[in-house]
Design a protein around this ligand. Structure first.
Ligand code: PEP
Length: 252
């Protein structure tokens, strides 16, 4: 079944102590209610083992922001999917535009990461999205289609475990949000691409999140679109009250 999801991406923010405080605050904020969406927090690697036991697993899932494209071995500084899973984390963000832009992650590297994540029982939150020049040239569908190639060679069974996130790069951390109409248009396109590859039933069951300057004030409007199933949240996930405000968009 397609799920509504609000996932936070902490990026390279918060010391371990600060992260623990934030996770506890969020857990507390959700203590007396059942959120009407799945809630996920994706944290720096070193926070995972400390934070997973602190949150109610029935309300908050924990994920990493990345994992290695190799299984194990002499890859100094890398963190494998198996290591992420061993902390109790259940999710991993893959293909974030910052990883693509600053660390050269391409279709092939991301194919390996997605496969290793799935092989280790993690659910990838797989991100796609165009830069401003591509949007201005009306190339967003072509760009997103090419990025989806990293996941379109998966079996139906594996693909159906994924969460997709559309994140226009021009909206990430810029305060500039896609309009609800822009978001719906490309989310519908992504769903149609999934339907073409895996069939309508799988496409209908795939959660596609929007990311890019999403906050409590615009979340409700964005999530009201039929093909927008929630959000991947950066800046507004760094405070419990602003993140909770976005989760509440599904209550309103
Ligand atoms: C992100 O980086 O995934 C993101 C959506 O960031 P922000 O919400 O800060 O634009």
């Amino acid at each position: 079944m397609r799920k509504n999801i609000v996932a936070g991406n902490w990026k390279m923010n918060k010391t371990l102590q600060e992260g623990i405080v934030l996770a506890k605050e969020l857990n507390e904020a959700l203590a007396n209610e059942k959120p009407k969406c799945d809630v996920i927090i994706c944290t720096p690697f070193i926070h995972l083992a400390s934070i997973t036991p602190l949150v109610d697993p029935n309300k908050i899932g924990v994920g990493a922001e990345n994992c290695a494209d190799k299984e194990s071995g002499a890859f100094t500084g890398e963190v494998s999917a198996a290591m992420v899973a061993s902390t109790g984390a259940k999710y991993v963000i893959l293909g974030h535009s910052e990883r693509r832009a600053y660390y050269g992650e391409n279709v092939e590297i991301l194919k390996s990461k997605v496969k290793l994540a799935l092989a280790n029982g993690l659910i990838p939150i797989f991100c796609v999205g165009e830069v401003l020049a591509e949007r201005e040239a009306n190339k967003q569908n072509v760009v997103v289609s090419a990025q989806l190639e990293s996941v379109f060679d998966l079996s139906v069974e594996d693909f159906s475990k994924l969460i997709l996130a559309y994140e226009p790069v021009w909206a990430i951390g810029t305060g500039k949000t896609a309009t609800p109409a822009q978001a719906e248009e490309i989310h519908a396109f992504i769903r149609s691409a999934v339907a073409k590859r895996y069939g309508k039933a799988i496409a209908e069951n795939t959660s596609i999140l929007y990311g890019g300057s999403c906050k409590a004030t615009n979340a409700k409007e964005l999530f009201a679109n039929p093909d927008v199933d929630g959000g991947l949240i950066g800046g507004a996930a760094l405070k419990a009250d602003s993140f909770k405000g976005i989760i509440d968009a599904f209550n309103a």
